[in-house]
Design a protein around this ligand. Structure first.
Ligand code: PMM
Length: 277
C-alpha cells in the first residue's frame, strides 16, 4: 500500500456530516446534502471519501454513538453502493464495525485506539485499512499536552505511534492494514505541526508504514496566509494546497482535504515533479 495503486499520493475528500465542524461550518449535515457533497468530491477527483459524524473541534457538542451512526451510516451506504472507496472517521469501535458492514473499507481513528479499547479488535476482525492517528487526549485538553521533552515532537510522535503499532500487533492486526498519521493540530503547537509536516519524508522512512497528512484548513496554516485572512478556515485553502504538494513530494500516501480540485492537481504536480527530477 506504500505506493498506492494510483502511483501517486491519494486525495481523501472530507464529508463531515456534523453541524459544528470547525472548518466547513456544518454545510453538509443532512444525509441528502452529505451524499450529494460526496458525489461532487468524487466527480472532482477524490480517491477516497472520509465520512465523519462527530466533530473533534474543542467545545463541540458530544454525540452518542446512536446519533453518530444515524448521521454516517446512510451516507456511507449510499456512497459505497455508488462505488466510492469510503472511510469512516470515528473514535468508536461500534460505529467502525457498523460502517464496515455498510460498505466502508477504511477506518480513520484520530485517537489511534486510545478512546475505545475495542477498536483494535474490530480492525483485526474486519481486516479493513486502519488510519491510526497520533493523539494524546481529548480536544478540550489537548493544547495542554504539547510537552514532548528534550527529544522533541518528531521523536515523541514516532515513539507513541510505535506503541500503537505494538498494540495493534498484539490485537492481531496485520501491519499491512495500517496507515499512520502524525495528527497535525492534535496536542501540537502550531510550531510542532509545522515541524511534523516538514518531517513527512522522515516519518515515512522511519515508521515504515504509509503516512496520511491532514493539514487542510488547520489553524497552524494561518502563519502562511495574509494576516487579514488568518481567522478564516476557508482562506487557508491555498496554503493547504501548498502543503499537499510538499507532502506528496515527501512521499505521503494520502492527504485529507476539504477542497478536492486544487489538491488533486497538487498531487499530480508532485508526481510529475518526482518523475522529472
Ligand atoms: N483532522 C480532523 C479530523 N479527522 N483524521 C485524520 N486521519 N487526520 C487528521 O488530521 C484529521 C482527521 C480535524 O479536522 P476537520 O474538523 O476539518 O475534519
Amino acid at each position: 500500500m506504500a505506493a498506492s495503486a494510483a502511483g501517486r499520493t491519494l486525495v481523501m475528500g472530507i464529508v463531515n456530516v456534523t453541524p459544528d465542524s470547525f472548518s466547513d461550518g456544518g454545510r453538509w449535515h443532512t444525509t441528502e446534502l452529505a451524499v450529494a457533497h460526496g458525489h461532487q468530491l468524487l466527480a472532482q477527483g477524490a480517491d477516497i471519501l472520509d465520512v465523519g459524524g462527530e466533530s473533534t473541534r474543542p467545545g463541540a457538542t458530544p454525540v452518542t454513538t446512536e446519533q453518530e451512526q444515524g448521521r454516517v451510516l446512510p451516507v456511507i451506504r449510499a456512497l459505497a453502493d455508488a462505488g466510492a472507496v469510503v472511510s469512516v472517521d470515528t473514535l468508536h469501535a461500534e460505529t467502525a464495525d457498523a460502517a464496515v458492514a455498510a460498505g466502508a473499507w477504511i477506518v480513520n481513528d484520530v485517537s489511534g485506539g486510545l478512546v475505545d479499547p475495542s477498536m483494535h479488535r474490530v480492525i483485526a476482525a474486519t481486516g479493513v485499512v486502519y488510519i491510526c492517528q497520533h493523539w494524546r487526549g481529548a480536544p478540550e485538553i489537548m493544547d495542554t499536552l504539547t510537552d514532548y521533552g528534550a527529544d522533541g515532537v518528531i521523536a515523541g510522535v514516532e515513539t507513541e505511534l510505535r506503541q500503537r503499532l505494538d498494540e495493534l500487533d498484539a490485537a492481531g492486526v496485520n501491519s499491512e492494514q495500517i496507515v499512520l498519521d502524525p495528527g497535525l493540530g492534535f496536542a501540537k503547537t502550531h510550531a510542532q505541526s509545522w515541524e511534523l509536516l516538514a518531517a513527512t519524508g522522515r516519518l515515512v522512512d522511519e515508521l515504515g508504514r504509509p503516512v496520511l497528512i491532514g493539514a487542510s484548513r488547520k489553524r497552524f496554516l494561518a502563519a502562511a496566509t495574509v494576516p487579514e485572512a488568518a481567522a478564516d478556515p476557508l482562506a487557508r485553502d491555498a496554503a493547504t494546497t501548498a502543503t499537499t504538494a510538499l507532502a506528496a513530494v515527501a512521499g505521503a500516501w494520502a492527504v485529507r482535504v476539504h477542497e478536492v480540485p486544487a489538491n488533486r492537481d497538487a498531487v499530480r504536480t508532485a508526481s510529475l515533479w518526482k518523475e522529472n527530477r
